[in-house]
Structure formats: C-alpha cells, structure tokens
Write a protein that binds this ligand. Structure first.
Ligand code: FAD
Length: 300
C-alpha cells in the first residue's frame, strides 16, 4: 500500500459522512427501491442490463436475515411489474451464512422461487475465502431446485481452476479477479499472474460451454477476453460483459454494443452505503486512489 493510500485509509473513518458520500454517491444508486429502479430503467434505456445488490453483509440475527430476504422478494416483484431487465446479486453472509447453513439456504430458496416464477435470475456473490466452500455448496444445492441461479468465481484463487472443472455444462458463472485480501498460500498476488489465470479460466469455462459474466474494468484484460472470444468463435449468447455502476466505462460499453455483446451493470444500493464504502476501502486500499480521483475530478 503506498503512502497516500495508507494515509487516506486511516483518516477515512474520521471524516464526516457527508464527505464519504461524495464518492460513494458515484458507486451507490440510492437508498431505496425507487431510487435504484430509476437507475436500472435508465440503464435499460441505454441498452444495458443490470444486476442489483442490496448493500450489507455479515447479518448475525435470523429475523434480520428474513427481513432482507423479504426485501429482495419485493424488489423482484417491482422489477417484474416495471418490466425491467434486471436480476439480483446476493451475498450469502447478508442473508444468513454467518447464522447457519439452513438459514442461508432457506432464504436463498425463497428468493429463487420468486425469481423463477418471474423468469428472473439470482447470482450468488462470492465473498472471502472463508465462504468459498459454503457458497459452492449453496450453488449446487440451489441448482437442483431451479436453473435460474449463478455463482461467482475469483481468478486470484488457486483453487478456482478445480472449482470450474467441477461445474456442469449448464452452469452460469461471473468471473472476476477477486476483491478480498487473501494470503499468498491460496491466492495469486501479482497483476500479471492474476490476469493470466483469468484468461485460462475463461478459456476453460468456454470449453465446458459454461455461460460467463466477464466482470472486469481492466482494459488489457477486456481486450484479451475479446480476442479469446474471437479465436474460439464463442457465440454472443454464451457470455456478457459486466462492470460496477459508477466506474467510467462509456467508451468500452460503446465497443461492447458495436460488437453486439450484452452488457450488465452491477448496481448496489441501500441504507448500508456508509459501512460498505468504508469496508471496501479498507479491504482494498487501491480503491483509496479512486476516492481521490472522484473527489477531485468529476470526469474520470
Ligand atoms: C460486475 C462485478 C461484480 C463483482 N463481483 C465480485 C464478487 O462477487 N466477489 C469479489 O470478490 N469481487 C467481485 N468484483 C470485484 C472484482 O473482483 C475486482 O476486485 C474489481 O472488479 C477490480 O478489478 P478489475 O478486474 O476491474 O481490475 P483492476 O486491475 O483492479 O482495475 C483495472 C482498472 O479499472 C479501474 N477500476 C477498477 N475498479 C474501480 C473502481 N471501483 N472505481 C473506479 N475505477 C476502477 C481502474 O482504472 C483500474 O486501473 C466484481 C466486479 C465486477 C465488475
């Protein structure tokens, strides 16, 4: 972590919420359903799909996990009523994995049932390596209930090749680099080696005829992924490109559209915006440099 990042990370929790909101506003689409669905509507008008995440993690009480589950179900109903092209991304620890497996499984099951009824889709976000086994088990167990479910894999983990190898043909994954701090025993640390693994995993997934959400903002990696798609002759209906709401991707989205590639924006929202922003910055101090850019320049 360089000196400036370190300094920002240490002072951030001391800053007034209003200042933290300056940068979080760029990445967080409001605090309630109406605000986030307006953003989704606009994205859909711009020919972009969306996936929505209610901010929050590590819920410790069952009743709270049930409340969040019911919030997700209401959101699905509103997405359906408004005819939006938008699915959900949900963190296991937000709806009960810290409580016990049955709680998180039953909560996912209820949301998935509603999603299937509306022909919609749920993606299970991947959290830190402490939760990788639980998340994969959840995915396998939920797949036997409905196919409208997907998972996320992280290219920085050594184990991911094996995990993708164990998937069946009809799986649906998002492939990202991975955002949590993990030790070098289990995760690649360098930029080049993570990118190399990302491309190997993407190739493996395509060979296994797995649908992939290619989730990255890294221009070099996007370019190499497009070359791979071209070289392997992968059909447009076997992948989509994904990016986080707020990250400046206009020029790249234009290229996706020119190539007729599906594009999906990951849109987080909710009352937990402050904790989420601070935690993300602490987990990955690289984000601190984006904070400075966002505070000092509106046009990055
Ligand atoms: C749609 C989506 C879903 C994700 N889901 C998960 C998940 O479930 N689990 C998980 O562990 N991780 C998830 N991530 C995060 C991911 O693992 C990476 O940590 C994150 O995307 C940064 O890596 P990168 O591939 O963009 O490449 P990097 O090399 O980190 O970044 C490349 C360039 O992109 C730009 N950039 C990257 N992030 C930002 C930002 N926040 N603001 C401004 N510019 C930025 C910078 O210019 C940077 O130089 C997700 C990412 C995306 C896009």
């Amino acid at each position: 972590m360089n000196f400036i990042n370190k300094a920002i990370v240490s002072v951030l929790p001391l800053l007034p919420k209003s200042l933290v909101k300056i940068f979080s506003k760029k990445y967080v689409a409001g605090t309630n359903d109406n605000e986030v669905l307006k953003v989704v509507e606009k994205l859909n008008k711009d020919n972009q799909l969306a996936t929505v995440d209610i901010l929050g993690e590590h819920t410790s009480h069952k009743n709270e996990s049930l409340k969040i589950t019911s919030d997700y179900i209401h959101l699905l109903e509103k997405i359906n009523t408004r005819n939006l092209n938008c699915n959900l991304s949900i963190k296991p620890s937000h709806i009960g994995s810290d409580i016990n497996y049955n709680t998180v499984f039953n909560n996912f099951k209820s949301i998935l049932k509603t999603a299937s009824q509306f022909n919609n889709f749920i993606r299970i976000d991947m959290e830190s390596s402490k939760l990788t086994d639980t998340t994969i088990k959840l995915y396998n167990d939920l797949q036997s209930i409905s196919s409208n479910i997907g998972i996320v894999f992280q290219a920085y983990l050594h184990r991911t090749e094996n995990d993708i190898n164990n998937l069946n043909k009809h799986s649906n994954i998002r492939l990202c680099k991975g955002i949590y701090k993990e030790s070098s025993d289990i995760a690649y640390q360098g930029y080049e080696e993570i990118n190399e693994n990302y491309l190997n995993l993407l190739e493996l997934a395509f060979k296994k005829e797995i649908y992939v959400g290619i989730a990255t903002h890294d221009k070099q990696l996007i370019h190499s992924s497009m070359n791979l798609i071209d070289r392997m002759g992968i059909n447009n209906n076997m992948f989509e490109f994904q990016y986080l709401y707020g990250v400046p991707m206009k020029n790249i989205v234009r290229i996706y559209h020119e190539k007729n590639f599906k594009t999906r924006s990951y849109v987080p929202f909710g009352k937990e915006w402050y904790d989420y922003s601070i935690r993300r910055i602490k987990e990955n101090p690289k984000i601190a440099s984006y904070v400075i850019k966002n505070i000092f320049s509106k046009n990055i």
